[in-house]
Write a protein that binds this ligand. Structure first.
Ligand SMILES: O=C(O)CCC(=O)C(=O)O
Length: 315
């Protein structure tokens, strides 16, 4: 469980880390499945199945896969891990469903960076305000993720101002001059990052992999008002549904998969699966539409300077 002060830190900074959330046989199974997906990505060289960077010599470097829920049951089981859902529900303050899953796989020596960005829809210049309901990715780490092997870097405190002008700066400037911090992680640690938080990472030039299983859970209103115009979201919804009967069946399948694999379910947790999705029912949570409240407390100067990445605590 997050404490009240940890929730405060998350909503202030736009990122928080929960250490050792995925453990034991569950973590072992997740890492073994990640090994299989990575081996297939490297060996198959199939752009229909995985994502590659095309190199100058025509070779392709594997760096990412989507649709992990269909690749191995453990990805479904982990998505409904009760501790993960509890933490997520505490941060959100609203009901939520799993929407997207991705696997960022920085293979040894692959050296594929992730340029600085805000996740969709906040890369769009027109997205001038952050939605009042929190919007968060859960990042489940499978390996040690360090400054050396390309850990995630985040510029804290900039997730409540909508689109930020990060494209006005070079990658080096963003790493060095705007308060960016490295988020170093260990296997089984989970970070929760706001989709609107500016973040990026360098490539992996070391001899060990750096892999992350990303799950974007979301509240329905956020999907309706921020995502419906995006073609990759429409494709996902066509395939699996988001809040309809199909999506509910998919979540029941995840819960049953988890039980069949012998891992603890949500029965003894403070998370319930309701008609509107997962809901955290404990005492230490986030008030409804909390980001709307926080945004209303910011001065126009603070918002403007954060958008331009020129904010100092005097603003
Ligand atoms: O894992 C990383 O280094 C960054 C991944 C990311 O930000 C993304 O996939 O949007």
């Amino acid at each position: 469980m997050f404490s009240k002060s940890e929730l405060h830190q998350f909503h202030r900074d736009g990122i928080i880390v929960a250490r050792g959330l995925i453990r034991g046989p569950e973590l072992d199974a997740l890492r073994a499945a990640a090994d299989r997906v990575m081996a297939d990505g490297i060996e198959s060289q199939d752009p229909g199945q995985h994502q590659y960077r095309e190199n100058d010599d025509g070779s392709m470097t594997y760096h990412r896969s989507e649709w992990m829920w269909g690749r191995d049951p453990i990805f479904k089981a982990v998505t409904v891990n009760p501790e993960l859902l509890t933490r997520y529900g505490q941060l959100l303050g609203h009901t939520f469903m799993p929407i997207m899953d991705s696997f960022v796989c920085k293979i040894p020596g692959g050296d594929v960076p992730v340029p600085w960005h805000q996740d969709p829809p906040y890369g769009e210049v027109e997205r001038v305000e952050t939605h009042p309901i929190p919007n968060i990715d859960a990042d489940i780490y499978l390996d040690h993720s360090t400054v050396e092997n390309g850990c995630l870097w985040v510029i804290p405190g900039h997730h409540l101002v909508g689109h930020a002008e990060i494209d006005k700066f070079s990658e080096q400037e963003l790493f060095e001059q705007h308060g960016a911090v490295p988020i170093e992680m260990a296997p089984g640690d989970v970070s929760f990052h706001c989709l609107s938080a500016p973040h990026g990472s360098i490539g992996n030039r070391t001899s060990t992999p750096r892999r992350t299983f990303y799950v974007h859970y979301s509240n329905e209103e956020v999907i309706d008002q921020c995502y419906r115009h995006l073609s990759y979201i429409q494709a996902r919804e066509d395939a699996i549904g988001f809040f309809d009967d199909r999506a509910h069946s998919a979540v029941h399948d995840m819960l049953e998969t988890r039980e069949a694999m012998g891992y603890a379910g949500i029965e003894d947790s403070e998370v319930r699966f309701t008609d509107d999705g997962f809901e955290y029912s404990g005492d230490v949570g986030t008030p409804r539409r909390h980001w709307g409240t926080l945004i209303a407390q910011m001065s126009a100067d603070e918002i403007e300077n954060k958008k331009k990445l020129t904010y100092t605590s005097d603003d």
